[in-house]
Ligand binder design. Structure first.
Ligand code: FES
Length: 109
């Protein structure tokens, strides 16, 4: 059991912040879904879509290295930035801060 924390911010609601504690080997997507935070994940977390796209505000260097495949899908996301990652590909191994993009812009579930 790890005690790493993820602080989530939300483009849709800039005043809101949620801090969650993650289990060992959990991804950012797991951390969001386990805590009822809406984050699309159309491909089911297998790095085959871009709907779980998030921005890493703190802790980027502690995340697993980005794969070519992940980079390709980030390029197809809405408003990719230098700190973009796919939440399902990022196992949390330190305290990090993440912004979830406006989910209403994404066709997903
Ligand atoms: S859920 Fe599809 S790439 Fe993350």
């Amino acid at each position: 059991m790890s005690n790493h924390k993820v602080l989530f911010r939300f483009e849709e609601d800039p005043d809101k912040q949620v801090v969650v504690v993650v289990d060992d080997k959990d991804t950012i997507l797991d951390a969001a879904l386990d805590n009822n935070l809406h984050l699309n994940h159309n491909c089911g977390a297998v790095c085959a879509c871009s709907t779980c796209h998030v921005y890493i505000e703190k802790g980027m260097n502690d995340l697993p290295e980005i794969s070519d495949k992940e980079e390709d899908f980030i390029d197809r996301a809405e408003n990719p930035r230098i700190n973009s990652r796919l939440a399902c590909q990022c196992i949390v191994s330190s305290d990090i801060e993440v912004t979830i993009p406006d989910q209403s812009c994404i066709i997903g579930h």
